[in-house]
Design a protein around this ligand. Structure first.
Ligand SMILES: Nc1ncnc2c1ncn2[C@@H]1O[C@H](COP(=O)(O)OP(=O)(O)O)[C@@H](O)[C@H]1O
Ligand SMILES: [Mg+2]
Length: 358
């Protein structure tokens, strides 16, 4: 097919056969091929994707352009623009949550940067244009309000808890309900109840992603979650040292037991790049999580280096500013893209209720 004539119809045909990363269905079937302009040997076209796919929009546009270049070798230029396609989430689980992908971020133990990673993943997804909510399920040590510099008490309107907003992102945390210095002693049923309430009774609105910062190590919360809603999967955060890795193995087996799919592992505090000389120092080691992920047959999503901005800005409640640091932002953008690819792959293998055709 070397000399295929470049016509809008031929271009449309090629684009129609591409698969929507979210649903796995061809774009032609769901009317997601937009305007096409062919002038001489120049192709300008538009593909519509839902905001759920926006974190991987550039790679999708690149692969579409590549497909066109292969099919039309005579094309002098190919430009693919991505615009928004509306496909609202269908309500999932018995509680009818209107979220396309619910993702739990867990770790075997505290202090590995789970809340930092969960919050940064939520912010990166949101920056990419996806609609994101963040639920702090770490009722023992809620730190999301602190990281985002949020204060206030949620109101209840029409029997729904109104989350607080960080920019456009709804956030719910036990930290909004108890004083920071108040010790919370949870018994099993209360824990179960609070997680259920956070999910079922909070007005999350329609979302692409709900990121859940899990309490460290506790299998009962994972079980509660898995019974309430179908989760897109879990991300396990660990640091490179062996001790922390052993805890990560426990977290992985906990998610496996509760049949929550594993989207992958993230290695946090992975090396330190010295701002003075640009040299890398592997304070806690490096690469351990990648090896462990391979051994356990869990995808490896990426590494986040130790970063002074990250620590300082988080403590001041401006974690979003730390993400402007190019090292941090590129680390999280990469992790988020790998995570979204995993969500899509799993959905394509087992299309569930989160994949409606509209
Ligand atoms: N990549 C990183 N670089 C620098 N500091 C980090 C990094 N990740 C986490 N921290 C810091 O480590 C501490 C623990 O992080 P946190 O996210 O609260 O851990 P966890 O939720 O696992 O208990 C916080 O002070 C946080 O700012
Ligand atoms: Mg935490």
């Amino acid at each position: 097919m070397t000399n295929t004539a470049i016509t809008p119809e031929a271009v449309r045909q090629v684009l129609s056969e591409l698969k929507d990363p979210e649903t796995g269905r061809t774009l032609g079937k769901t009317d997601q091929v937009g305007a096409i302009n062919v002038s001489g040997d120049k192709i300008d076209c538009e593909i519509k994707l839902c905001t759920h796919s926006f974190p991987i929009r550039d790679e999708f546009a690149d692969s579409a352009a590549e497909r066109l270049r292969v099919r039309f070798p005579a094309a002098a230029s190919v430009a693919v623009k991505i615009s928004e396609h509306e496909r609202p989430p269908v309500a999932i689980g018995q509680i009818g949550l209107q979220v396309k992908s619910v993702i739990a971020v867990g770790s075997g133990k505290g202090g590995v940067g789970k809340s930092t990673v969960a919050t940064s993943i939520a912010l990166s997804l949101s920056k990419a244009g996806a609609k994101v909510g963040l639920m702090d399920a770490d009722v023992y040590g809620p730190s999301v309000p602190h990281l985002l510099g949020m204060k206030g008490r949620p109101e209840v309107i029409n029997n729904k808890i109104q989350p607080l907003y960080s920019g456009s992102m709804p956030v719910m945390s036990m930290g909004f309900l108890v004083e920071p210095d108040q010790a919370v002693i949870w018994r099993g049923p209360m824990l179960h109840g609070s997680i259920t309430q956070f999910l079922r009774d909070t007005y999350w609105g329609p979302l692409d992603y709900l990121i859940i910062d899990m309490p460290p190590g506790t299998g009962d919360i994972a079980l509660t979650l898995s019974q309430l809603i179908p989760l897109a999967g879990a991300v396990v955060v660990c640091t490179p040292q062996q001790v922390a890795l052993l805890d990560a193995v426990k977290a992985i087996s906990m998610f496996r037991k509760t049949k929550i799919p594993l989207l992958g592992m993230v290695e946090n505090m992975s090396g330190f790049i010295c701002p003075d000389n640009g040299k890398r120092y592997d304070i806690f080691g490096h690469g351990g999580a990648r090896l462990k992920a391979e051994e356990l047959e869990v995808p490896f999503l990426g590494e986040v280096p130790l970063n002074m901005q990250m620590r300082e800005k988080s403590d001041e409640g401006f974690i979003a500013n730390a993400l402007e640091d190019p090292i941090c932002s590129s680390a999280f953008d990469k992790i988020v893209r790998a995570m979204v690819r995993q969500v899509n792959q799993r959905a394509a293998v087992a299309p569930g209720p989160s994949l409606p055709v509209l």
